[in-house]
Design a protein around this ligand. Sequence first.
Ligand SMILES: NC(=O)c1ccc[n+]([C@@H]2O[C@H](COP(=O)([O-])OP(=O)(O)OC[C@H]3O[C@@H](n4cnc5c(N)ncnc54)[C@H](OP(=O)(O)O)[C@@H]3O)[C@@H](O)[C@H]2O)c1
Length: 312
Amino acid sequence: MKIVIPGGTGQVGSVLNRALSAAGHEVVVLTRRPTEPGQVYWDGATPGPWMEAIDGSDVVINLAGRSVNCRYTPANLRAMMDSRVLSTRVVGEVIGAAARPPRVWLQMSTATVYAHRFDAPHDEATGVIGGTEPDVPGYWSYSVGIARCWEREQEEADTPHTRKVALRAAMVMSPDRGGVFDVLSWMTRLGLGGPVAGGGQYVSWIHDHDFVRAVEFLIDREDLFGPVNLAAPGPLPQRAFMRDLRGAWRMPVGLPATRWMAEVGAFALRSDTELLLKSRRVVPGRLLDAGFGFAYPRWPEAARDLVRRRKA
Ligand SMILES: NC(=O)c1ccc[n+]([C@@H]2O[C@H](COP(=O)([O-])OP(=O)(O)OC[C@H]3O[C@@H](n4cnc5c(N)ncnc54)[C@H](OP(=O)(O)O)[C@@H]3O)[C@@H](O)[C@H]2O)c1
C-alpha cells in the first residue's frame, strides 16, 4: 500500500514509518522540513503540491500537531489547537477533492479527550468526555477542547469515499530517544521514579508493537469507523506504573514527589503537570469487541520488553 503520514517525523510517526516500511509498504511523510527521501514538504495548513502524494494513496494517517510536552502558556495552547485543527481541515479538504481518494483516513486524536476519573474506565460507548470535571485546574479543559475540535474537523470533513477513524491514543511507549518512555526511564534511573501527588491517578499506555498492530487492524477492518481507543486493557495507577518501571530497570529507589514538587519539576523541564496528574483511565472497548488481541496487555511485561530493547 501507499501510506501517507502527515506529521510523521515525530515519535509516533517514526514508530509507524519503521514498521510499515519494513512490512513492504511505500510510506510518504509530510513535513515542514523535508530532509530525507520519502519526505514531502507541506505547511500543515494550506493545499500545495503535496496533494499529489495523497491522490492515489491507499491510507492517510495524520499525526500532525504541536507537541503537548510544553508549558501551557496561552501562545502554546493556541499553537497546539491551531496545528491540529488546521492540519486536519486541510487533509480532509485534499482527501475530499482527490480524484483517487484513499480508502481510509486514520486521524490522530488522544485519550486525553476523556474526563479525569478514578472510579471506572472509559470505553468509547460509556466513557465520559472531559472538560466539566470539578476539582481540576480550569485550564485542563483546554486540552479536552483541543481534542474535541480536532475530532470535529475529521467528522465534518466531506470525504464520501474514505472511511474515517479517530485514534484516541494513550501514551505510545517505544524505546526511542526523546519519547515518553525515554523520559520516564531517565527519571527512574535517577531515583526519581516514585509516586507523584500520591500516585492514585491512572496511566493509560500502549506498547509500540500493539500500536502498530492496532493501526494495521484498523486499516484492514472496513466495518470500523469513528473514535477508537488505542490503549492497553490494563491502565494502572501511577504509583503501580512507576513501581513496575523501577522493577524493569532494577532500580530499588523511587523518591515520591508532592504536587508542589511536580510543579517545580515540570517548570524546570518546560512541561506541564497535567501530563502527570490527570487520571487517564481508558480501555480499548471497540478494539476488543472487534477481536483485536494485545501482545502486551499488562504493563509489567511491556515495561520489561521496552527496557530490554532500550538497553539493546
Ligand atoms: N506520543 C504519544 O504517546 C501520543 C499519544 C496520543 C496522541 N499523540 C498525538 O499524536 C501525534 C504525534 O505524536 P508524536 O509524539 O509523534 O508527536 P511529535 O513527536 O511532537 O511529532 C508531531 C509532528 O507534528 C508536526 N508538527 C508540529 N507542529 C506542527 C504544525 N504547527 N503544523 C504542522 N505539523 C506540525 C511535526 O512535524 P514537522 O516538524 O516535521 O513538520 C512533528 O513531527 C501528536 O498530535 C500527539 O498529540 C501522541
